[in-house]
Design a protein around this ligand. Structure first.
Ligand SMILES: [Ca+2]
Ligand SMILES: [Ca+2]
Ligand SMILES: [Ca+2]
Length: 142
């Protein structure tokens, strides 16, 4: 596996800005979250997908995502390591240098919040399509 393959999923979860979101495949995140494939993503579905991703990222199963979970990190370029540092800091609410399940799952969901333009805690087809279009637009303008 590419050293940063799992990192991409991690970054996606923490993506605080649309620019980050699209860089790490935000559109795909929405598709994955819609587990029953009805085109609507509820906040519960979105949270469940974050929780599942947490389990996936916590390789050593100590209940935290930290640099210890990125075994191949030392083979990665310094720039990539710096980026992981800053992503961990972004989600690390209590500043202990690692991300707990609560910090990850109960933390803010900027991707979801931004996409839910009418604020009903559900992303319907139109909202998902609009969010994807915004991501595609940003990609183009980069
Ligand atoms: Ca861990
Ligand atoms: Ca923490
Ligand atoms: Ca909505």
């Amino acid at each position: 596996m590419h050293p940063l393959a799992s990192f991409a999923g991690f970054a996606l979860l923490l993506a605080a800005t649309p620019a980050n979101a699209q860089r790490f495949g935000g559109a795909e995140m929405f598709d994955r979250a819609d587990v029953n494939n009805d085109g609507v993503i509820t906040r519960a579905e979105y949270d469940a997908s974050r929780r599942a991703r947490f389990e996936q990222m916590d390789k050593n199963e100590d209940g935290y995502i930290s640099k210890n979970d990125f075994k191949r990190l030392r083979f990665a370029p310094a720039k990539a390591r710096d980026r992981i540092d800053s992503l961990i800091r972004a989600a690390d609410a209590n500043g202990d240098g690692r991300i707990s399940r609560a910090e990850m799952v109960d933390g803010p969901a900027p991707l979801f919040d931004r996409a839910d333009t009418n604020g009903d805690d559900r992303l319907d087809r139109n909202e998902v399509a609009a969010a994807k279009a915004r991501m595609a637009e940003m990609k183009k303008n980069r």
